[in-house]
Write a protein that binds this ligand. Sequence first.
Ligand code: 6PG
Length: 228
Amino acid sequence: MTNTASVRWHPQPDEASLNAFIAQQIAALATQCIVQKKAFHIVLAGGNTPRKIYTALRTIKTDWSCWHIYFGDERCVPMDSTERNDNMASEAWLSHVAIPKAQIHRMRVGELSASDAAAQYTKTLHEVGTFDLVLLGVGEDGHTASLFPNHEWGETDDAPSVIFVEYAPFAPHQRLTLSAQRLSNTQHLWYVVSGNKKTNALQRWQQGERLPMSVIQPKNGVDVFVAP
Ligand code: 6PG
């Protein structure tokens, strides 16, 4: 079933305002979660859009020892590859702050087989339960994380938490991705989208086309932050 009812749209004037706003919102939510339960569980998006947001997070005032980092998807390439989302986040942000290494949960695909890495990540996620925040981007073709149109999305209740994508339309073709069901298990889910090239995908979603974004349905709905 597609669902556009619980999607809240937040247009931003430009990319710089979007980045500054999201960095500030992440910091505020982290503070709230840390005050309440001494922990903040966040799932990071890959791609280029979040890079400047991650850089801005280096300088926020927070208790980094309470942060727990997860990744929404990862490319099946060696652990030191610059094509990996975890290495992008590390270079932009994570290696510059004092989050304990054991709390940065990388997908071990690249040193383990895809199925072993998926099994290990599934176990890690099982221990987490509901995320505090999931960040996602949107691709020009309407994909999010590594859930691509006309592929498997794992939106049913009994779907696996982690899916091995063998034939992604873009290189690297092999990926691991959290399923729609697992991405939906979060208090907050924010899409961060910038650039006019994404307009068509967003319109298709708004018009009710069945896309991965339309089956990711956290109980509190989703927020979409968009800049031209
Ligand atoms: C990835 C992503 C992917 C990304 C979109 C948008 O690993 O590539 O997680 O879903 O968020 O493709 O990417 P850009 O920000 O580069 O446009």
